[in-house]
Design a protein around this ligand. Sequence first.
Ligand code: MRU
Length: 360
Amino acid sequence: MSNTNTILDSTTGPLRSLLWGGDHLVMLDQRLLPGEIVNLKLYTPEDVWEGIHSMKVRGAPAIGIAAAYGAVLGANSYPGDVSAEWVNHVHQTCAYLATSRPTAVNLFWALDRMKLAAEKLASGNQNITSLNEGLLAEAHAIRSEDEEVCRQIGEHALPLIQDGMGILTHCNAGGLATARYGTALAPMYLAHEQGISFKVFADETRPVLQGARLTAFELQQAGIDVTLLADNMAAMVMSKGWIQAVIVGTDRVAANGDVANKIGTYGVAVLAKAHGIPFYVACPLSTIDLSTPTGADIPIEERPAEEITEGFGKRTAPSGVKVYNPAFDITPHEYVTAIITEKGIIEAPYPENLKTLFAE
Ligand code: MRU
């Protein structure tokens, strides 16, 4: 069962990517923003899989949160009363949800956490109702921890934002991509709260336009000074001296500090280096994957050709033309000035410093 309604919950202020509705997941359909605000009610893991796959929810942390609730919906549908079978059922649901998108490691991180929670709960021999309640509590914890962690990322990055600065960002690593605040956008929200005056330049982010539809939208809603750029304008604005920092999010950081993020990020990093502009990557620890040695080992999602040839319903290329549509690229670690996490700001050498971060 799946249906929609068009409510904007005015009591919660800004839009929320995901909320729990009691027996269903409320997912804001980000494909329709900024034109329409539609909250989908999702009742099954299949609904959640489709929501992630089709990018109704997107952004690494938000994908992980959605998958965690997808695991809950799967667990709730277990018809029996044998806890070991219930654990198997949760594992199968998680394996299925893990196939929804390949690049953002937060998806696998959240599902691993849900599987572990299921095993721990079942070892306590509870009845199925309390097992389901325990699993829901774990999904809630993943969601609320993400909100807290994003705020901490914002606090660590706040000193990087000073009066009069111009900041360029690519894609959407804002509240819509997380439980709240975002990663790259978190320091911007905090700086704005503190009355610091700065300008954000948002790349529109071809081909799905997360920068135009989502970043420009959420910053404008928050009253932050945002200017939208087509992707090919970043070099021009940098050469004019309008940009003092680039801040982006990421879908996965490899053990050597290479960063996977939305296609086009690598180009922005190269441009930043050419103009002597620092290039910062903001992410929670759950996005850092020490089991992936380098960027070359990160699976890069390829998406349908239609996103490029007839994005948003209008054909802009000859039919039958060959298309290459990778959704992400890898920024080599030597272009990354620093990685901002909830535990603080990490600089090169990344292999050592990332390892230390997890050892602490
Ligand atoms: O394809 P998307 O929209 O899911 O890509 C999102 C990004 O590339 C974000 O920058 C990244 O997930 C970080 S979100 C805090």
